[in-house]
Design a protein around this ligand. Structure first.
Ligand code: FAD
Ligand code: NDP
Length: 530
């Protein structure tokens, strides 16, 4: 203990020395309540910073940068604990390093494979069975991600936001202790503290040998192809990853214990998995993993229970990837010390409409918060709005309704608003009008691609102008399609207004504008011709 205290004091003093030249507004150091030497005591309210953000991901960076743009003195702590397999990355959080960005680029790489297969129909003299080089793709994507890491550091520097590459934990409600990789400690004090520490993939605790599996934290940083892969789980992460692995020519299997894409419109979700199944992804339905064993050649033998057949089954894979949800990063924060309340089930932080936690001056945004969507744009806007409320007299709250989203499966699924099931629950089936259509994207025709799952559904209120409650689109570029319509839905657009909107011809998005067949009518819902 004594040695640790000496090391800690030395580290803190060293850190104080190394900071001194950075600030012109030098203030004498003082003692933090924990007894550590505190180099950051200072200005307003006796705290060095106006704002300290813990977590440099989508939400934390947005909040810190916005506050700095108001001339506030801001610090941000970000630290990546390596995955159990030892994978680590730079500043920017989940989305940039192990989420949206590498995922979308790998998805794009897979789509290019489909384009190559289409190409000869359009006159290109290319071999339809071109081989994919994982190493080359991964290196290019990883280099792009590293450039983004660097870009974030530059953006912080430009705004004079102090960046600490340290793991933060609370000492008291205005004081956070940061620890570097090398174990050096520093104490930072701030008037306001925002927790934006996100989450990490969960490993199941009831599967023998679970540690032999990887997670999405590792997949995007693999230098070599994962080979024959089993992905466990059936939500966004699982289906997207299994989808692009299949598209890259790998043998990919999804193990699904219940339904796909829980929370999404289930008619749409099943079309998504139908398409995947028809295009090479294997599905083990109603199955749960029992154990993983590592074989001499490093491959993995997976044993699972098939609940439908009532028997145990096994197979051998090169890689098993867990995509069974995420654990909020609240564990290392010492929140019990300051009394920030967690949801007893999810262990996420409880916040009110203004993102305030149970402790004054401590806020939380993004994936770490209970009941919010786990999406980058929501984390970013929540962070910006919070900074504006704290430092610029704004009263605008984050609106979590009608959040658009897209699942980047081989055939993409974009949606905004309510699923048909949720709309029925809220308004009753008799009060809804559901317009729908199967359609054929023009680019599928010449290439003779199967469009059986290209489907659009608009869920509206039945009365008067028929306000649109939910819009669901499966097809190419679903994210691009839904993004525009999201504005309409957010503004309370009605079916009548949609019918007065002109399409852009020839696009898949115009099929939304053309919807006229109701489910109630029972008419065939397949559109042919222009
Ligand atoms: P994060 O981005 O997770 O950032 C938290 C940061 O805090 C991390 O850098 C973490 O290391 C750090 N940290 C944690 N604890 C501490 C501590 N004690 N001290 C210091 N630092 C700490 N969303 C979309 O909108 N579109 C997508 O296409 C999409 N794809 C995804 C694909 C995958 C595979 C995954 C896993 C997620 C995807 N998401 C997507 C979700 C999106 O990545 C998250 O919603 C978003 O990153 C959340 O941002 P955040 O700021 O809350 O947390
Ligand atoms: P989710 O929590 O959404 O889903 C977890 C999945 O794992 C479910 O299918 C669940 O099945 C299954 N599961 C849970 N425990 C087990 C178990 N023990 N054995 C087998 N299966 C299990 O997690 P994700 O990691 O997929 O996604 C996290 C969040 O990240 C999403 O909610 C989303 O907001 C965000 N994200 C967004 C993306 C995008 O915008 N495109 C892409 C990827 C992620 P069950 O339904 O039976 O519980």
């Amino acid at each position: 203990m004594a040695a640790a205290a000496v090391a800690l004091a030395a580290a803190t003093a060293a850190s104080r020395r190394s900071w001194r030249h950075l600030f012109r507004w030098r203030v004498p150091s003082s003692r933090a309540p924990c007894g550590l030497v505190c180099s950051t005591r200072g200005l307003s309210g006796g705290n060095e910073y106006d704002l300290l953000v813990i977590g440099g991901g989508s939400g934390g960076l947005a909040c810190a940068k916005e506050a700095a743009d108001f001339g506030k003195k801001v610090a941000i702590l970000d630290y990546v604990v390596p995955s159990p397999r030892g994978t680590s990355w730079g500043l920017g959080g989940t989305c940039v390093n192990v989420g949206c960005i590498p995922k979308k680029l790998m998805h794009h790489s897979a789509l290019l494979g489909s384009a190559i297969r289409d190409a000869h129909h359009y006159g290109w003299d290319v071999a339809p069975l071109a081989q994919h080089d994982w190493g080359q793709m991964a290196e290019a994507i990883q280099n792009h991600v590293k450039s983004l890491n660097w870009g974030y550091r530059v953006q912080l520097q430009e705004r004079k936001v102090r960046y600490f590459n340290m793991l933060g934990s609370f000492v008291n409600e205005h004081t956070v202790r940061g620890v570097t990789k090398a174990g050096k400690e520093t104490v930072v004090t701030a008037d306001h503290i925002v927790i934006a520490t996100g989450g990490r993939p969960r490993y199941p605790d009831d599967v023998e040998g679970a540690q032999y599996g990887i997670t999405s934290d590792d997949l995007f940083w693999l230098k070599k192809s994962p080979g024959k892969t089993l992905v466990v789980g059936a939500s966004y992460v699982s289906l997207e990853c299994a989808g692009f692995l299949t598209g890259l020519g790998l043998d990919a299997t999804v193990m699904m214990r219940s339904i796909p894409l829980r929370g999404f419109d289930q008619q749409m979700a099943l079309l998504v998995t139908d398409y995947m199944e028809a295009h090479g992804t294997k599905f083990l339905k109603h199955c749960t993993m029992k154990k993983l064993e590592k074989l001499e050649d490093n491959r993995l033998r997976a044993t699972w229970t098939n609940h439908e057949e009532g028997r145990e089954e096994a197979s051998i894979f090169d890689t098993v990837m867990w995509a069974v949800g995420r654990v909020p990063e609240t564990r290392s924060l010492n929140l019990e010390k300051v009394g920030v309340k967690l949801h007893p089930g999810s262990q996420k932080i409880m916040v009110n409409a203004s993102e305030a936690t149970s402790v004054a001056h401590i806020y939380a945004i993004g994936d770490i918060t209970e009941g919010r969507p786990e999406l980058t744009p929501t984390a970013i806007l929540a962070g910006k709005l919070l900074a504006r409320r704290l430092f610029s007299q704004s009263t605008e709250l984050m609106d979590y309704d009608n959040v658009p989203t897209t699942v980047f499966t081989p055939l993409e699924y974009g949606s905004v608003g309510l699923s048909e099931e949720e709309a029925e629950k809220r308004y009753g089936q008799e009060n809804l009008e559901v317009y729908h259509a199967y359609y054929k994207p023009l680019e599928f025709t010449v290439a003779e691609r199967d469009s059986s799952q290209c489907y659009i559904k608009m869920v509206c209120l039945r009365e008067r102008d028929q306000q649109i409650l939910g819009l669901h689109f499966i097809g190419p570029n679903a994210g691009e399609v839904i993004q525009g319509f999201a504005l309409g839905v957010k503004c309370g657009a009605t079916y009548s207004q949609m019918k007065r909107t002109l399409g852009i011809h020839p696009t898949s998005a115009e099929e939304v504008i053309k919807l006229w067949i109701t489910k109630r009518s029972g008419l065939p819902s397949t559109i042919t011709g222009c």
